[in-house]
Write a protein that binds this ligand. Sequence first.
Ligand SMILES: [Zn+2]
Length: 313
Amino acid sequence: MLEQLAITPIKVDLPFRLNHVNCFMAEGENGWTIIDAGLNNAYTAKLWEEQIEGKEITDLFITHYHPDHFGYAGSLQQKTGAQVSMSKIDADAGFNAWTDEFIGTLLGNYELSGIPDAIGRQMMENTDTFKSLIMPTPRVDHFFVEGEKVPIGRYEYEVILTPGHSEGMVCFYNDETKVLLSADHILPRITPNISYWYHGDDNPLKSYLTSLKDMKKLDAQYVIPSHGKPFYGANKRIDEIIAHHDERLAETKKAIQEESTVYEVFKRLFEWELTIHETRFAVGETLAHLEYLRHAGECRREKKGNEWIYLPK
Ligand SMILES: [Zn+2]
């Protein structure tokens, strides 16, 4: 199928438990388009050097601002002169989320979440290590807008904004073939991480579930995700992901029978061993579920000393 679409996947390894990201290359009329870039490191640099050799790269589409997609975009732009396109929301997030100013606000937020100081410091330091993995940031030449048509390989695709995993993430959809490049919106084996990262959309899980339900209307038949292998039938997977969050929301509600900090809820929801990097994601995910419940009127939040506590309605 990918061959018929004239889309070549480029699997880029990542040094995490999520051990790869799928980037893509597709030849257009005037040159090649690359979708997503990987982390900025020596391995990625070498991989792209081999891929782009002898090719004219005109465009670089970035689905969202997370480091595994956006990190090498600036370097790849410098090497190719490609025009970089992404949503305005995620361009801003990418420029801001790893500044010293923003990273400096994390400790205070971790304290509000009841995270022990030593762990909070490690989480902040872990965030700080990502600076070099996303620098230099690209010059964004074009901001994607919902409904815009872009050529990718043999077909034109509609840009679809899918807030949730990140507030300004885009997917690409071709109605004729019913093919969806799903970025991190729909993944085959894992559920996309939905986190509140102490900036932007304050109810990302609500946004995510809304954009998932909207996407069902497309009834996409062939899904090309950014992690894992392409698969058939978007709607079946969407239903599974929605069911997963319903279950997690029920567990989260149970975890706040008595008043609890975000960290206490996190400990109850994630009972297995996590690295500091994974703890950041798990805390973000816990917070996204708690805030969903709070916005839905299913729990309350109060300030107690320097901490937010969540409690039953
Ligand atoms: Zn990703």
